[in-house]
Design a protein around this ligand. Structure first.
Ligand SMILES: [Zn+2]
Length: 432
């Protein structure tokens, strides 16, 4: 019994470190700031904290008004930004899992890995994520542990089980004959009444957002990304049931018909949105539907040498999606569709998702627009615009810093040097 006790003491001391000391006012000073809302870089800046929130933001000559007795964190010639938001992660998921790995995986093992994924994500500068499909309530447990200050990680909105048709993108039994099917719960639901029941179940178990698979996907056996899966009627029920419980709905949709029906059904966001047409983009703009484009994930699957050991079938699907997703992104941008940053981290290693930014810029966004998709705009999409996403009084003190100017080199966001969440510093690599 002695070792666990010692471990517990060590862990408690560690945790005491990152919850931070309370007392003196803390100020964060930097040469430049991108606040997540305005289109300008401003500076110098001093952000005066009020506990875990932002109290005041002092700009230019106002920085001399910073409280004299404050403890100041001087970030020097850095650019301060709001903590980043990834609207599409799977923190319960480990990249590159084989079928055999999945059969052997226990919820306990997945949860321990997820703790590391959460820390990697936070240290990469992502202080908020919307986690759109978990595994055996690992997402709920992780969210609650982070909120309780037990482990470091981003603020999370979680989806519990992503809903899927039998044989669809989210059916864990696709790879097995029926007599070897997993027992227990999953997100499979067929017909409006089963969909309704599964949405209610997810909410009962702790879902903040409802996710469903409107079309097939890349990393599922026996389906096609282009093919619609849920019917329009089933999607309508999912959206309606989630709405009455005060939850937004996210639809995984690659193919055109699935995107169209999910938009018509009233979802908050289309995930992937790979085969988009100008007509549907205009409907999305009209209805205020968000596009979460996940541009980096097909590239991550198509790395030369196939390091993830994907089957030929999956590689072919990834290639086809990769060919269409760039044009779909440009259509969305041209038609003025709301775009929120999302990556599908978990398919590729957690903490590397900032590579998504450079792809947005390559395909036509300004660096400032790209940053806004992961800050103020993303916060609006997930309904947390009063909490996170901008550097303004009243928001959580979720701040990050990069060296230099990310508007000149957007890949600076892949090298976040300093991370604060809720007023506590979780990473400090200034000057490294
Ligand atoms: Zn996903």
């Amino acid at each position: 019994m002695r070792i666990p006790r010692l471990l517990f003491v060590a862990l408690s001391l560690l945790l005491a470190g990152f919850t931070g000391a309370r007392g003196a006012t803390v100020c964060v000073k930097a040469a430049r700031m991108i606040d997540g809302r305005s289109g300008q870089t401003v500076g110098p800046v001093v952000v005066v904290l009020d506990g875990e929130r932002i109290g005041r933001v002092l700009l230019g000559p106002q920085v001399s008004q910073a409280p004299q007795d404050a403890r100041t964190i001087d970030l020097g010639d850095a650019t301060l930004l709001p903590g980043l938001i990834d609207c599409h992660t799977h923190l319960s998921t480990e990249p590159g899992q084989t079928v055999a790995d999945k059969v052997k995986l226990t919820p306990a093992r997945a949860a321990i890995r997820a703790v590391n994924h959460a820390r990697a994500t936070l240290e990469a500068g992502f202080t908020t994520v919307r986690d759109v499909g978990g595994y055996e309530l690992v997402d709920v447990a992780l969210r609650n542990a982070i909120n309780a200050g037990e482990v470091p990680g981003p603020r999370m909105q979680v989806a519990v089980f992503a809903l899927s048709i039998t044989g669809g993108h989210g059916d864990p039994n696709n790879e097995f004959p029926y007599f070897d099917h997993f027992g227990g719960m999953n997100g499979v639901a067929d017909g409006p009444e089963e969909v309704r029941k599964k949405v209610r179940f997810d909410i009962q178990q702790g879902a903040d957002v409802i996710k469903f698979m409107a079309t097939g996907g890349v990393l599922s056996t026996g389906d096609s990304p282009g093919a619609e899966q849920f019917s329009f009627e089933e999607m309508q029920v999912a959206v309606d049931e989630a709405r009455r419980a005060g939850r937004f709905t996210a639809a995984h949709a690659h193919g055109t018909q699935g995107i169209l029906d999910a938009v018509r059904a009233g979802v908050r966001s289309i995930e992937h949105c790979s085969y988009l047409t100008p007509e549907i983009a205009r409907l999305m703009k009209q209805k205020g539907t968000w596009d979460v484009p996940t541009r980096y994930v097909p590239e991550s699957l198509l790395v030369p040498g196939n390091p993830m050991h994907l089957t030929a079938d999956r590689l072919a699907k990834a290639r086809d999606v990769a060919q269409h997703t760039s044009e779909s992104f440009k259509v969305a941008l041209r038609e003025g569709v709301n775009i929120a940053f999302g990556t599908d981290a978990g398919v590729f290693p957690h903490g590397t998702q900032a590579r998504e930014f450079a792809i947005y810029v390559r395909d036509g966004m300004t660096p400032m627009q790209a940053i806004q998709t992961a800050t103020g705009r993303a916060a609006g999409m997930i309904g947390w615009q009063d909490q996170v996403g901008t550097i303004e009084p009243g928001r959580y003190a979720d701040l990050i810093a990069v060296a230099g100017d990310p508007l000149k080199d957007i890949t600076e966001l892949e090298r976040v040097k300093w991370v604060m969440k809720g007023g506590a510093v979780f990473k400090d690599q200034q000057g490294k």
